[in-house]
Write a protein that binds this ligand. Structure first.
Ligand code: 6PG
Length: 241
């Protein structure tokens, strides 16, 4: 767990971890597969990764990087609420990652179940999965909702109890629906990094990090991987010293 003392330190620590995991993955097995988080918090981290003045951009072997997404809203890719749009604007269009190695979730599909099935096929293809195999991301970035959700796994939602599928649709009322990676996929990653900022997250962070919580974010415990938390001071304010 790392608590960043400033906004700049938050962005820097997130970008440094991103670059470190990318380097280690390429050195270790020839490529880096990352799942990006949505929401507002990762923006500064993505921008720092993409920043030509930062040391991180040049440390990443972009030709050997595959970019996927942890979740998406059922909206078009140019919509304000699209996670793909946010990631494009802050990161993807500023770095030389090959376009064919960026796999977005097709939120524009009016059939969210079909969009989830299609994304599962993409995962099977990118990770060359056989029947019954799970993808192993080198890094999964996640956010935390004030209600304890992560990715689009909301408290009480059947999606948060899914154990068979890699990707599932999430019915939201009010909408839009979502499409999300499932817990077994998150928990099969080599590393998961939560990016959490703001006072509205403090109570959820306390519950999730305190142990014994059944909130979705507390179910993220990589079985053979690292669990990392990067918080700002406001988000960490309720944690025991
Ligand atoms: C999303 C994310 C979601 C997000 C949290 C935190 O697409 O919104 O999947 O899980 O990470 O809601 O969002 P903020 O960073 O905007 O607070």
């Amino acid at each position: 767990m790392h608590i960043a003392p400033s906004r700049q330190a938050f962005a820097d620590a997130g970008a440094a971890e991103f670059a470190r995991r990318a380097r280690e993955a390429v050195e270790g097995h020839g490529r880096f597969c990352v799942a990006l988080a949505g929401g507002a918090t990762p923006r500064s981290v993505y921008a720092r990764v993409a920043d030509r003045q930062s040391p991180y951009r040049a440390q990443i072997h972009w030709a050997r990087t595959w970019v996927l997404f942890g979740d998406e809203r059922q909206v078009a890719p140019d919509h304000d609420e699209s996670n793909f749009r946010m990631a494009s604007e802050t990161l993807l269009r500023h770095v030389p990652v090959p376009e064919e190695q960026v796999h977005r979730i097709r939120g524009e599909n009016p059939d969210s179940q079909r969009a989830a099935e299609e994304y599962e096929e993409i995962l099977r293809d990118v990770f060359r999965l056989g029947a019954g195999e799970w993808p192993r991301f080198d890094l999964v970035l996640l956010g935390l909702g004030a209600d304890g959700h992560t990715a689009s796994l909301f408290p009480g939602s059947p999606a948060a109890r899914e154990t068979a599928r890699l990707v599932t649709e999430v019915r939201r009322n009010p909408g839009p629906d979502r499409i999300t990676l499932t817990l077994p996929v998150l928990n099969n990653a080599a590393a998961v990094l939560f990016l959490v900022s703001g006072a509205s997250k403090a109570e959820a962070a306390r519950q999730v990090l305190g142990g014994g919580s059944d909130l979705p974010a507390a179910q993220v415990r990589p079985e053979r991987g690292d669990l990392l938390w990067l918080l700002d001071g406001d988000a960490a304010a309720a944690l025991p010293r």
